[in-house]
Design a protein around this ligand. Structure first.
Ligand code: SF4
Ligand code: SF4
Length: 492
C-alpha cells in the first residue's frame, strides 16, 4: 500500500506488504467452507460469467464469432464487429480506455474485480475448490488427508480429484484456443487426422498443463505474488477506496466473549460519542469495554490467501468477501450488528462519514469519458471499406498512345462488413481514366482483395513532376472511401 495509506492506518492496523518467502517452504492453505449472502451472490455472478466464457467462441452474429482474438491471422472480433490491422488505432484507444477504466474502478472500488470477475478467482474458488471440498471434505478433513499415509482411500480421492482437475483444465484449454483460432478450426483439430494438426494438439496439451498446474498447485500464489494487477494496488488505492476491511473502531480491543456478560462490545452510538470526545480513539476505548471482535479467528480460517484482515488492508487480499460472510455469521450468533468486516473505506471506518467522490476520482472519470467519446466517435465513423493505394515500386511513368501518360498502382481493399460489396473506382482529375489490370468488381465480405490498375492522364494536362490525385471507391452509388495518391509524369 502507498505511504498515504500507511500514514492513515492506526498503529494496530499495519498495512502488510508481501513478504519475501525466500527460504521458506510453501505453506498450503486449507480455507474453511463458509456460505453467506456474499458467497451466494458471487456464485450467481460466477455461473453467469462461466456460461458466457464457455459459450463465447460458439456464439455468432451474422455468421461472425462474437469474440475472436486471432493473433496468428491478425483478425479480431468484438461483439461480432471485425477489426483488421488497419483498425489498430481503434484497438489502441480501446486498450487505453480499458486501462483507465480499470484504474478508475480500482481507485473507487479497490480490488472488487479480483473477487467477483477475475477468471483465476472464479475458477479456483467456484470450480476447483468446490470439487476438492466435494471429494476431500472441509478444511480439517483435507489437512488430515494430506498428512495421512497413502492408503487406498487417499489414492482414490486424490486420483478422482486430479482427474477432474485435468479434464476441466482440458475444457478451459480448448475454449481458450477457440477464442484464438475460432471454433471451426478447433473442431477440425479435434476431428481430423491428428498427424495434420500436431501444432494445434501440442498447444492444447501445453495450455491444459498450464491451467492444471495453476489451479492444482500454484493457486493463490498467482494473486499474491504473480499477478501485476495485484501489485498495482499499492499505487492505486487510497484511504477513500472501498475495500473489504475490518472495522477496528468497533472491533477493538478484541477478546473472547464472557459467558453471561452484558453489553459486550460498544454500540455505534457509544463509538460516535467517543469519537467526538477524544482522540486517538483506540487509547480511549481500552479501559471502557471490549470491542465486537471475539477473536474467534474464523475470518482468518476462511481466507483463501491466508491473511488476517484485522491486521489492516493487505496486498494479498483479493476481496473475495468470505471473511465478511464468516464474521456476519459470528455477529448473528452473538447478537451484534453485521458488518464488523465489510466493504468500506479506511476514511469511512475512522471518521464514520459516508463515502464521497475525491478529486482524483473525478479527474480519472473525466479522462475516461473523454476517451470513450473519442473512441465511440471513431468507431461509428469507421469506414466499411478500407482502401490502400500505392504506386508500384520501382516504376516511373509510361507514355501511351493518344498523348496519354500512365502510372501503375497496387490496390488493397478490406471489406469490414459481413456482406459482399460491389465496387468501382473514379479518379477526380480532369481527363483522367483508370484501367484495371485484373478487374475488381466486388469485394467479398470480411476479406482482403488485392489488385492493380493504371491511371492515365493527358500529357498536356500535367503541370508538375508529381501531381496529387484522389481516387474514389464507389459502391452502390455511394463513395465509400477516398484515397490520396500521386502521379509521376513529364513536365512540358
Ligand atoms: S470473524 Fe469477526 S469476530 Fe471472529 S475474529 Fe474475525 S473479525 Fe473477530
Ligand atoms: S481477507 Fe481473505 S477472505 Fe477476506 S476478502 Fe481478503 S482474501 Fe477474501
Amino acid at each position: 500500500m502507498n505511504s498515504q495509506l500507511n500514514a492513515q492506518a492506526p498503529a494496530n492496523r499495519p498495512i502488510r506488504q508481501l513478504e519475501s518467502k525466500s527460504g521458506v517452504g510453501r505453506q498450503w492453505l486449507y480455507p474453511k467452507v463458509v456460505k453467506g449472502r456474499y458467497y451466494r451472490w458471487r456464485t450467481v455472478v460466477a455461473w453467469v460469467l462461466l456460461a458466457m466464457l464457455f459459450a463465447g467462441p460458439f456464439l455468432t452474429i451474422d455468421g461472425q464469432p462474437l469474440f475472436l482474438f486471432n493473433v496468428l491471422e491478425r483478425k479480431f472480433n468484438f461483439f461480432g464487429v471485425t477489426f483488421w490491422p488497419q483498425d489498430f488505432y481503434l484497438v489502441a484507444i480501446g486498450a487505453l480506455v480499458l486501462i483507465i477504466f480499470i484504474v478508475l474502478f480500482t481507485v473507487i472500488y479497490g480490488r472488487v474485480f479480483c473477487g467477483w470477475i477475475c477468471p483465476q478467482t472464479i475458477f479456483l474458488e467456484m470450480v476447483f475448490r468446490r470439487i476438492e471440498i466435494w471429494i476431500e471434505g472441509d478444511s480439517n478433513a483435507r489437512k488430515r488427508l494430506d498428512a495421512a499415509p497413502w492408503t487406498t482411500e487417499k489414492i482414490l480421492k486424490k486420483t478422482a480429484k486430479h482427474t477432474l482437475f485435468f479434464l476441466i483444465s482440458f475444457a478451459i484449454s480448448n475454449t481458450f484456443l477457440a477464442y484464438i483460432i475460432g471454433k471451426d478450426a478447433l473442431l477440425e483439430i479435434m476431428t481430423d487426422n491428428p498427424a495434420n494438426h500436431l501444432g494445434g494438439l501440442a498447444a492444447i496439451l501445453v495450455f491444459t498443463g498450464l491451467f492444471y498446474g495453476v489451479f492444482a498447485y500454484v493457486r493463490e500464489v498467482v494473486c499474491t505474488a504473480i499477478c501485476p494487477y495485484g501489485r498495482l494496488q499499492s499505487v492505486l488505492l487510497d484511504k477513500q477506496s472501498v475495500v473489504v476491511t475490518y472495522d477496528d473502531v468497533r472491533g477493538e480491543p478484541r477478546g473472547k466473549i464472557e459467558r453471561g456478560a452484558k453489553g459486550v462490545g460498544l454500540r455505534d452510538k457509544d463509538v460516535s460519542e467517543i469519537i467526538n470526545a477524544v482522540s486517538p480513539l483506540s487509547s480511549a476505548l481500552t479501559p471502557l469495554s471490549k470491542g465486537d471482535c471475539i477473536d474467534c479467528k474464523l475470518c482468518v480460517q476462511v481466507c483463501p490467501t491466508g491473511i488476517d484482515i484485522r491486521n489492516g488492508i493487505h496486498m494479498e487480499c483479493v476481496n473475495c468477501t468470505l471473511c465478511i460472510d464468516a464474521c456476519d455469521d459470528v455477529m448473528d450468533k452473538i447478537s451484534r450488528p453485521r458488518g464488523l468486516i465489510r466493504y468500506d473505506s479506511l476514511e469511512g471506518i475512522q471518521t464514520r462519514r459516508p463515502w464521497r467522490l475525491t478529486p482524483r476520482m473525478i479527474g480519472y472519470s473525466l479522462v475516461l469519458l473523454l476517451l470513450m467519446g473519442v473512441w465511440a466517435f471513431l468507431l461509428v465513423n469507421r469506414s466499411d471499406l478500407d482502401t490502400t493505394i500505392l504506386r508500384a515500386p520501382g516504376q516511373l511513368y509510361q507514355r501511351e498512345t493518344g498523348g496519354m501518360v500512365s502510372n501503375l498502382y497496387l490496390v488493397e481493399l478490406v471489406n469490414k462488413t459481413h456482406q459482399d460489396k460491389p465496387v468501382t473506382f473514379r479518379v477526380s482529375y480532369s481527363g483522367a481514366t483508370l484501367r484495371m489490370v485484373q478487374p475488381i468488381t466486388r469485394v467479398p465480405a470480411d476479406e482482403l482483395t488485392k489488385g492493380m490498375f493504371f491511371i492515365l492522364l493527358p500529357e498536356k494536362s500535367i503541370q508538375q513532376s508529381s501531381t496529387k490525385l484522389t481516387v474514389e471507391v464507389i459502391s452502390d452509388g455511394a463513395v465509400l472511401d477516398e484515397v490520396k495518391t500521386t502521379f509521376l509524369g513529364p513536365v512540358n
